[in-house]
Structure formats: structure tokens, C-alpha cells
Design a protein around this ligand. Structure first.
Ligand code: COA
Length: 158
């Protein structure tokens, strides 16, 4: 199992890596300008990267923490590195970090047809909390709203 290193997005090169992963993963990717704008939203918007032992950034997870809720905006891994545990390492880290920041539950939207992501989130205790009809474009598709309560559970004591 690859020992993924999870670290925060800090540099313009980190944003380049995230945009590359976005473009390889989504039909409607977030742009560089969107990530730059997110960086201005300090204390609310966070982005963590998964780096392999040779220093390549292969995945990322971005989220907002508002009051007691963590909302995952994007989670993606470069196609050649999938099924290697990078997304699991990111998600485990982000849920723990969200709890540390005071979040009690996590929410996100996922395409109904996205079996890979749905299986991953189910393994992390997310359940379907609702449906947003026609939420996605390219192609139009429903979003399932997933939710995981009790984020503090499993958080190690300091
Ligand atoms: C979803 C995604 C982030 C998973 O990344 P990953 O690094 O491959 O995930 P992991 O290796 O940590 O997988 C953990 C578990 O998730 C499930 N899973 C992951 N990919 C799967 C697939 N293609 N089919 C079925 N289950 C899958 C499996 O249970 C897997 O465990 P296993 O490999 O021991 O069977 C990746 O497929 C991706 O980037 N997809 C495109 C972007 C996307 O859809 N993001 C989610 C937006 S909500």
C-alpha cells in the first residue's frame, strides 16, 4: 500500500496540479481562477493534496467548513493512480480535520451513476440524505446528497 502524504494546498504549483487532476476527472472542471478565489476564503475553504513518496501530487480533496458542517466540494485522483488508496487517505484525513475544526457532520453531492465514488463514500459511513434533480450538467444528471453524522466518532484523542 502506498504511504500517501497528505498536505495542504499552498503554492501556485499546487493549484496547477489540482487543475490538471480536475481536467482529467470531471466534464465541468473547476478552473484555476476558481481555486485562486477559494484561497481568499480563509477559515472556510480548505484543500488537501495526496502526494506519492516520489513527490508527485496525484489527488486532492477540497471542502468548506461552515459552522458545524463540512461540505466536500471535490475529491479526485489522477486516472493512473486510482484504486491505490489515495482518495481513502484524503477522505480519512479531511473528515478528521473537519472534526478538529468543529464540524459535526459532512455532506456532499455525487452523480447518481458514479459507482466508484458512491462505494467509497459508503465505506466511510455516508448515507443518501436526498436528491437534487438535474443538478449536474454535461450530461444532465441527478445528484444524490450524501451525509455522514457524528464526525467526532473515530477522532483520536490528542
Ligand atoms: C472516486 C475516486 C476519487 C476514488 O479514488 P481512488 O483513489 O481510486 O479510491 P481508493 O483507491 O481510495 O478506493 C477506495 C474504495 O472505493 C471503492 N472504489 C474506488 N473506485 C472504485 C471503482 N472504480 N469501482 C468500484 N468501487 C470503487 C472501492 O471500495 C475501493 O476499495 P478497494 O480498492 O479496496 O476495492 C476516483 O475514482 C476519481 O477520481 N473519480 C473521478 C472523480 C470523481 O468522481 N470524484 C468524486 C466526486 S463526488
Amino acid at each position: 500500500m502506498t504511504p500517501w502524504i497528505i498536505k495542504p494546498l499552498t503554492t501556485p504549483e499546487d493549484i496547477d496540479a489540482v487543475v490538471t487532476i480536475e481536467e482529467a476527472s470531471f466534464t465541468n472542471p473547476w478552473t484555476r481562477d476558481m481555486y485562486i478565489a477559494e484561497q481568499e476564503n480563509r477559515g472556510v475553504s480548505f484543500c488537501y493534496l495526496a502526494q506519492d513518496p516520489r513527490g508527485s501530487i496525484v489527488g486532492f480533496c477540497s471542502f468548506w467548513r461552515v459552522l458545524d458542517e463540512l461540505h466536500i466540494n471535490n475529491l479526485a485522483v489522477l486516472p493512473d493512480f486510482r484504486r491505490g488508496g489515495a482518495a481513502s487517505a484524503l477522505l480519512a484525513y479531511v473528515l478528521k480535520e473537519g472534526a478538529r475544526l468543529g464540524a459535526r457532520r459532512a455532506t456532499l453531492e455525487v452523480r447518481r451513476s458514479n459507482e466508484a465514488a458512491r462505494t467509497l463514500y459508503e465505506r466511510f459511513g455516508f448515507i443518501v440524505a436526498g436528491v437534487r434533480r438535474g443538478y449536474y450538467t454535461k450530461p444532465v444528471e441527478d445528484a444524490l446528497v450524501l451525509s455522514r453524522d457524528q464526525l467526532m466518532d473515530g477522532l483520536e484523542s490528542p
